[in-house]
Unconditional design. Structure first.
Length: 242
């Protein structure tokens, strides 16, 4: 390989320059030429050091780049591994969410059925409450009628005085007014002679007892009225012990 100093020496020698016959075979000491070569060698040595330093820097840079590439490759592998794990986890989560959504749909369907059942039962309960209210109103009406009847009976008893325990004696059989208890009180006219309190009386197949005898509750009615109460039920063969 040709060194730079060789080119410098070739450049100093012109093509038209003729060789000096005196220089051939006779060494001559040239102080100026020696100093030029030393400066050139020093310059070359400095350049060589610079090149070596530059080459070392390049090698360091190459090593650093290789290390970074390796780090990037490792990071890429780690990221791919994390992505694979994340994808598997995401698929599992999606499956779990799908199952949860299906379960929620089933729950919503059951809730709708329960709400419909509650509404139906509420309507039935409302009907029962209405029936109960109607029964309570009827009971109140019956209690009111009973209190009115009791008050009227008290007035009649006070008006009649002690005649309530007296027997009803008809010279000839006359119609007798009977106050019959039951779900709906009613007045019935029967043909009967004399009745006293405590006497049994059978009416329409049902046994009654005369609770008391008093004037008729009807206005302008001169007849006597026997107020009945339910008597003991008669035992039939079917009612006996088996």
């Amino acid at each position: 390989m040709t060194s730079p100093g060789h080119y410098e020496r070739r450049r100093d020698r012109q093509p038209n320059d003729e060789p000096d016959d005196r220089a051939v075979g006779t060494p001559r000491h040239d102080p100026a030429g020696s100093s030029s070569e030393e400066r050139l060698e020093a310059l070359l040595a400095e350049r060589r050091r610079e090149l070596e330093e530059h080459a070392r820097r390049l090698e360091d840079t190459v090593s650093d780049v290789a290390r970074r590439e390796e780090n990037v490759r490792d990071a890429r592998i780690s990221v791919e591994r994390v992505l694979r794990v994340g994808a598997a986890d995401l698929e599992g989560r999606e499956t779990e969410l799908a199952e949860l959504a299906h379960e929620l749909q089933g729950r919503e369907a059951r809730i709708r059925e329960d709400e419909a059942e509650v509404a139906r039962r509420r309507s039935e309960l409302g009907a029962v409450e209405l029936k109960r209210a109607a029964v309570e109103l009827r009971e109140q009406a019956v209690a009111t009628r009973e209190s009115e009847v009791s008050a009227r009976e008290g007035e009649l008893d006070a008006r009649a005085g002690g005649a309530s325990d007296a027997p009803v004696e008809d010279a000839a059989p006359s119609p007798l007014l009977v106050f019959v208890p039951g779900p709906g009180y009613r007045l019935t006219e029967i043909e009967h002679g004399t009745v006293r309190r405590g006497d049994p009386l059978e009416l329409e197949g049902e046994e009654y007892l005369v609770g008391r005898v008093g004037p008729s509750p009807l206005p302008d009615d001169e007849r006597r009225c026997a107020y009945l109460v339910l008597g003991p039920r008669r035992t039939t063969p079917s009612d006996g012990s088996s």
